[in-house]
Write a protein that binds this ligand. Sequence first.
Ligand code: ATP
Ligand code: MG
Length: 316
Amino acid sequence: MSKKSGIITVTMNPAIDLACTVPDFTPGAVNRVTTCQTDAAGKGVNIAGLLRKFNLPVTVTGFLGSENALVFEKLFKDKGMVDAFIRVPGETRTGIKVLDPKKQTTTDINFPGLSPQAGDIEKLISTVDRLAENSAMVVIGGSMPATVCASVMDKLVAVIKSRGAKAVADTSGSALDAAIKAVPWLIKPNNDELSDLVGRPLKNIKDLVREARHLNRTGIAQVVVSLGSRGALFISENEEFLARPPAIEAVSTVGAGDAMIGGLVAGTALGLSFRDRARLATALSAATVAQAGPSLEALGAARTLEDKVLIEPINI
Ligand SMILES: Nc1ncnc2c1ncn2[C@@H]1O[C@H](COP(=O)(O)OP(=O)(O)OP(=O)(O)O)[C@@H](O)[C@H]1O
Ligand SMILES: [Mg+2]
């Protein structure tokens, strides 16, 4: 394996997802849980999980609360991810989902996140700097804790690039804005995130393509704009197309974006062409939407969808 073959994922605001089923959930009453599942999650962690399914070497970093790190440590060990998370005092946030199969409702209860301080942020930047030296790609995924200012994003992208690794940023709002300033290698905003970025609603393909091309011209080599069930626009200097997913029965869209990033990053690591990466990413995200959980269960079955992805030219 070459020296720069590793992949790093950075998750500054991970979460423990607690999904519990409560038939007839009633606020203000005593409610009984019938089934419950706890998962260590967060964009970078989910993406790392998908990359491990391809047997790619992955190191995970970001901030983790020292008081409830066990569920993450178990996942890292079980899945063979190298743990380089910075431990921060306190608890990683929990997101509780109360699923009521009778009323067909989902109630979300979200805890506040960690509060990394200046020293923790410095540690993260130096960790990414050190790891990027031996890595081909670094993916920064998800939101940022309230105490971390957006400029950390462009610092991270700059550090990654200075070490000769490819920076991938999957975030939104001011964090995406900051990442773009430092010109990452790949971004994958969805329609809303791109609209937010440019400060006006982008309602048609023409507008979206124009903005994606503009970002590409600023030096972002691959600009992917995901459009939910409509697929995604893939824009690079030499190639542009729309990849349409096969028709599937949507069960849960949770994790669609992570699967798309995972597919793009895995495809790059495997040496696939831009088109084949788009096919792979689109197939993996469609397969993720067709199942209940956020992390793709059967990679083999998902890959059979690759041939069913339609690649259409952009005639604008
Ligand atoms: N209903 C669907 N059927 C097939 N594929 C889908 C469906 N919804 C999403 N996808 C695939 O997943 C990709 C990413 O979805 P989406 O645009 O919703 O990302 P996102 O908003 O970033 O998601 P996330 O909330 O996970 O970050 C789409 O480009 C598409 O290829
Ligand atoms: Mg997303």
